[in-house]
Design a protein around this ligand. Structure first.
Ligand code: C2G
Length: 400
């Protein structure tokens, strides 16, 4: 019996997928179809698959073409599967030509012609079209612009920043707007990374024009302003969201789940350190005006595990800060201890003082160690008494 194996995401299953499966089946007697797990798709850049793994499997099953359906979860699994299932042929569409030649060592590799004129990306795009405006001068805007090319349905409408020269240098392939209002008129949503001092005004203005807002944390400098902005967003039917990437990374999320399910017993101590070397010139008033001090640049991230694990009901708080520039409230380093009734947390943030960016969560049965830089780590370790290490691996996209 000749066994054939093929793989795919099969999102919003369409004619092109079905034709591929039919031809794959015709290459042999038994067809194994590997459907990609959500996490695996994220690691390979498919970040807006619409259907869940179960729905996609169901779609493939309903075609009645596959004899067996498996889940593809990791890089390199194809080799394991070919050996395990004794596949004679590996096949995939010719959009992948050459990419899987390395499998020739294990079985025959056949690239089938891809069906023209139909694709999941187009189907995904059909119901969604979002014009995203970029606001600010940070080089993170370039990353957002580049990343958005991988998200179906997003178009960058343009960029607005006070410092036009920097903006032009930063994003040479995006239209630069002279007025914030004009950018807002041409956008459905904006991503804002101006400076903590300006976020409140920039967000408020966008929300008043009924535009959705994704803003780099902190979105404002006081609780009152935050509450006002969220109320305004609600009133105008808009999304207002903190752009805090760590909160949405798979590894970080899984780490939190480990704590919540009691893997390290009761958590008692959290130590989160986030620092970087200062990049701005403290003698340049224009730059200082737009600067991100330690607590703005790193506070939201460092506070994330503390507030998510211990909550906001601390009894006492001690702040030690080194104000490097009083005029601009530039703290180059700040340490905050939060005392809870039976636990304690400590965050250390620096923008001008560098340290090891680790996260340690200590509990009654063991501890979790997330190596530097913990805010973008792909893995963490759960450690017990005899240093028996259980490695838990999570994944996130490479560049952002
Ligand atoms: N396909 C096709 N014609 C189309 C669209 C897709 O023949 N118009 C094929 C693809 O070449 C692939 C299969 O259908 O062989 C599944 O396509 P996707 O769901 O887009 O999966 P893909 O990202 O190509 O993943 O490990 C995963 C595999 O490498 C393929």
């Amino acid at each position: 019996m000749k066994k054939v194996i093929t793989y795919g995401t099969y999102d919003l299953l369409h004619y092109g997928h079905i034709r591929l499966l039919e031809r794959a089946k015709a290459l042999g007697d038994y067809l194994i179809v590997g459907v990609t797990a959500d996490d695996f798709d994220k690691t390979r850049g498919k970040i807006n698959v619409q259907q869940s793994l179960m729905e996609r499997i169901e779609g493939v099953r309903a075609t009645g073409i596959a004899d067996e359906i498996i889940v593809e979860e990791y890089e390199g699994q194809k080799i394991d599967d070919i050996r395990r299932y004794g596949a004679d042929i590996f096949t995939v569409g010719d959009d992948w030509v050459g990419k899987f030649d390395y499998l020739n060592e294990y079985c025959e590799v056949v690239y089938l012609s891809r069906t023209q004129g139909v694709s999941s990306s187009e189907l995904r795009q059909k119901n969604r079209n979002l014009r995203l405006g970029l606001v600010g001068e940070s080089d993170i805007l370039r990353k957002v612009s580049n990343e958005s090319k991988y998200v179906n349905g997003i178009q960058i409408s343009g960029v607005y920043g006070e410092d036009k020269k920097t903006v032009k240098e930063l994003l040479d392939d995006v239209s630069v707007y002279d007025e914030y209002d004009d950018l807002l008129n041409d956008s459905d949503a904006v991503y804002i990374i101006t400076s903590p001092k300006h976020h409140y005004q920039d967000i408020k203005h966008a929300l008043e024009k009924k535009k959705h807002v994704l803003c780099e944390s902190p979105i404002a400098l006081s609780r009152k302003e935050c509450e006002e902005l969220f109320a305004l967003a609600k009133e105008n039917g808009c999304v207002l969201m903190d752009a805090i990437k760590t909160a949405y990374s798979t590894a970080y999320h899984r780490m939190l789940l480990q704590v919540k399910t009691g893997k390290i017993g009761t958590p008692k101590l959290i130590e989160a350190t986030c620092t970087s070397i200062r990049e701005i010139d403290s003698t340049n008033p224009e730059k200082m005006e737009r600067s991100w001090n330690s607590i703005s640049a790193w506070g939201p991230t460092a506070l994330l595990p503390v507030l998510q694990i211990f909550g906001t009901d601390y009894k006492d708080r001690r702040i030690v800060t080194w104000l490097d520039n009083e005029k601009y409230h530039y703290d180059a380093f700040t340490k905050i201890d939060f005392c809870y009734p039976d636990s304690v947390a400590s965050i250390k943030v620096g923008q001008g003082v560098k340290s090891e960016g680790e996260l340690i969560i200590s509990g009654t049965k063991g501890y979790i160690y997330v190596p530097a830089p913990w805010w973008k780590t792909e893995y963490f370790e759960v450690r017990y008494e005899r240093q028996e290490i259980f490695l838990s691996v999570g994944w996130r996209r490479n560049s952002l």
